[in-house]
Design a protein around this ligand. Structure first.
Ligand SMILES: C[S@@+](CC[C@H](N)C(=O)[O-])C[C@H]1O[C@@H](n2cnc3c(N)ncnc32)[C@H](O)[C@@H]1O
Length: 207
């Protein structure tokens, strides 16, 4: 962390707002904005938050789904507990982690992923990692969503967005690309929402 970075962060209105309102990250406002637009999380919804640590999205998800809802958070890093949120520490690319998610239930309403691999600075390598990560999130989503459910993933603008949409788009009825106001101006991040899951084929199993 450079001095300039710390200075910029202190000037950032969303960072300051998160501090005042008790959210663990400024990212919390990105989920609020995405959900205001798409209404994927509602009272009673069951949701998986991938790449959850330090927990801003989990806090917002919990508020949105309320006491009757379910929030399962997953991250490779540890996360301080959020009341009402179940946490699984592990890599979403690991089939055993997916198995643990499925043991909890297999009819989730939404998968929300703010996961991003740590950047190496090598564009090709970073894009490849981001694609593999999102591929894993979508592969898992097809196994755990109820028909009609949806997925949001974070991507970096570029050709891999088209690859992902081409592969997984046919499983869903709607597709949206969102650049939240709370994303940093200089960031090339983008959220892709797949909604209206068409359901699993019999070979993919129903349980
Ligand atoms: C930008 S942070 C998420 C911030 C979070 N949404 C919040 O609001 O506090 C991205 C997270 O993705 C996690 N991550 C990256 N790759 C992952 C993977 N393969 N499996 C699980 N978590 C992963 C990182 O450990 C990191 O905590």
């Amino acid at each position: 962390m450079t001095k300039e970075w710390i200075k910029q962060r202190k000037r950032d209105p969303f960072y300051r707002k998160a501090k005042t309102e008790g959210y663990r990250s400024r990212a919390a406002y990105k989920l609020k904005e995405i959900n205001n637009r798409l209404r994927m999380l509602r009272k009673g919804s069951a949701v998986i938050d991938v790449g959850a640590s330090p927990g801003g999205w989990s806090q917002v998800a919990r508020e949105l789904v309320g006491d009757r809802g379910t929030v399962v958070a997953v991250d490779m890093l540890p996360m301080d507990s959020v009341e009402g949120v179940r946490f699984i520490q592990g890599d979403i690319e690991d089939p055993l982690v997916v198995e643990r998610i499925r043991e909890i239930r297999s009819d989730y309403d939404a998968v929300i992923s703010d996961a991003s691999a740590s950047l190496s600075g090598n564009r090709t390598l970073d894009r490849g990692r981001s694609l593999a990560l999102n591929w894993a999130v979508l592969r898992m989503s097809l196994q755990v969503l109820r028909p009609g459910g949806g997925v949001v993933v974070k991507m970096f603008q570029g050709s891999e967005v088209d690859e992902l949409v081409e592969e997984y788009g046919p499983h869903f009825n709607n597709l949206d690309r969102i650049k939240p106001r709370s994303s940093l101006k200089r960031s090339i991040e983008l959220y892709i929402a797949f909604r209206g899951f068409k359901g699993r084929s019999p070979e993919e199993g129903t349980s």
